[in-house]
Design a protein around this ligand. Sequence first.
Ligand code: PLP
Length: 467
Amino acid sequence: MSAHMTPEQFRVHGHQVVDWIADYYERIESLPVLSQAEPGAVRAALPAEPPEQGEPFDAVLRDLDEVILPGITHWQHPSFFAYFPANASGPAILGDLLASGLGVQGMLWATSPAATELETHVLDWLASLFDLPAAFRGNGVIQHTASDAALVALVAALHRVSGGSTEHNGVHSGQFAVYTSAQTHSSVEKACRVAGLGADALRKIDIDPATQAARSEHLRALVEADVAAGIHPALVVASVGATGTGAVDPTRELAVIAREHGAWLHVDAAWAGVATICPELRWLNYGVELADSYCTNPHKWLLTNFDCDAFWVADRGALIGALSILPEFLRNAATDSGEVIDYRDWHVPLGRRFRALKLWTVIRWYGAEGLREHIRGHVALAQEFASWVAADDRFELVAPHPLALVTFRLREGDDATRALMDRVNASGKLYLTHTVVNGAVALRMAIGSPQTQRRHVQAAWAALSAT
Ligand code: PLP
């Protein structure tokens, strides 16, 4: 067997793989949602040493079924209600496959002009679909994840707050402060650590117990105390759809305070932001016109396979100023002309995949109407689920649920709530996760799989209420 897969062999095995994926989606409902594998079981089934001689591709596909699949938690299962969704879809899978086939590394405009220009263009499409501010147009980039977005927002903020000097990026711990609510995702704390500020730089803004949203007057108190102590407020992160309960911070009020003190305002709308494709959910955009940066993940709830975080800045100057380094080996005429975007300057890695292709195939396949239908269907199912919870005296809802996440608990208390979750998850029939709201354990029902229909939500409620 020759070492390389010939185009003809690729055609044959490629068809097998596509068939495998199509069969997987047809039978996914019959599989247990949560993997039942014990720790170490997958490794124990793999050979200790890699093969010396190449193997037929059929052997790989056989092991995929026998070794890998039992160790898979099926994120695309219609009864996957845990964390937040990580949507996959046919057009996104095919777009990703095309990107792999082209094998482009789009670090510079010159290394594949279409990779850069399609990315800028589809992010403009998204900005228009989400009705984001005009300042974001032409200023979008795909980051791997919302965590990367938080990190680059922080690095840009530090660059700006330290007067545009690259010497000060993140190295003066104790001089700069970052503010988020207690509900904000842990990625912001990680960004503080990675940027060298340390977790001590993070100030937690108090939340309103009823809405779980940040209290802007507490942000003001925190910022003023820091300024009085000679510490520079660098970054405020507003969560639009926080991970625990889906809380929505008052972005405008937070942004006004950030502006007064020269701090950067980043909006983390990782999960919820894509819902603004529906005009009736555009209230989520309250105050984004004052944001310095904004991110949302099509890889969560907009049918685009992981990874795809859409990130925009209102002014690209600080971002590029913080991240651009031009070694001689990357110099080229297009870069020197200043007329093109080189996305290597917009994120941490140098190299980058052609991720815009999968977003392009998704938007073209579904169209704006198809994407709205996807979001609206889940929001309606969540509202119905919440009404069932509310009507059962054993349960209580613990936070507002305007989108597709419902948080609730058993009135009996934490132990009973946790035990209920463990039992339904062990059944393999559905999967949901928990959080803590106002000091008490709560379950999170996150509806967002493209395969989820009303009958799956009904079955989940039947299992929860009967267990
Ligand atoms: N921000 C929010 C609000 C999230 O819910 C999550 C993940 O669930 C993240 C950030 C981190 O996401 P990522 O995996 O894209 O870094």
